[in-house]
Design a protein around this ligand. Structure first.
Ligand code: ZN
Length: 150
């Protein structure tokens, strides 16, 4: 949702995952300590996730790479189904994909350019905006914490 090009591979062998991660120069995120050890051995880009929630893990990942602030805008998001990029569309262009009650209440829609999945500013996005606020607050704390150690 933050626009990072992401693959989520759950039914795949560690060997295949490492091949994809290194050949596509991806950052490998895992909470599997054995897989993490293997990423270090092959000098892949990696982060071991040990946080108790998504925000903690995001703070850990982003601050490791010097990112202390993120912005969220749906048009810059990636599709949660296929990782495709989005485009903003008008209600008349939803081609019957939006339920009637949603079409009546919303004026802005986004569609995945790859798979055509339709998104709108519903409760999920509202809730994610709060998560981003919390994330930025924690990133700011992390930044001031890391600066005071210098
Ligand atoms: Zn998609």
């Amino acid at each position: 949702m933050l626009g990072f090009d992401t693959l989520y591979l759950k039914d795949i062998s560690d060997d295949d995952l490492l091949d994809i991660g290194t050949s596509q120069n991806r950052l490998i995120l895992t909470c599997d300590k054995e897989l993490f050890r293997r990423t270090i051995k092959i000098e892949a880009n990696q982060v071991l996730l040990q946080g108790s929630d998504d925000v903690e893990n995001l703070v850990h990942i982003l601050s490791k790479y010097g990112i202390y602030s993120v912005k969220f805008h749906p048009v810059n998001s990636r599709c949660s189904t296929c990782n495709g990029t989005m485009k903003r569309i008008k209600p008349k262009d939803t081609n019957g994909l939006a339920p009637t009650n949603v079409l009546k209440r919303h004026k802005v829609f986004y569609v995945c350019k790859e798979c055509g999945k339709l998104y709108w500013e519903g409760s999920h996005i509202t809730s994610f905006r709060l998560t981003v606020k919390k994330l930025n607050s924690k990133l700011k704390e992390r930044r001031s914490g890391s600066q005071s150690k210098l």
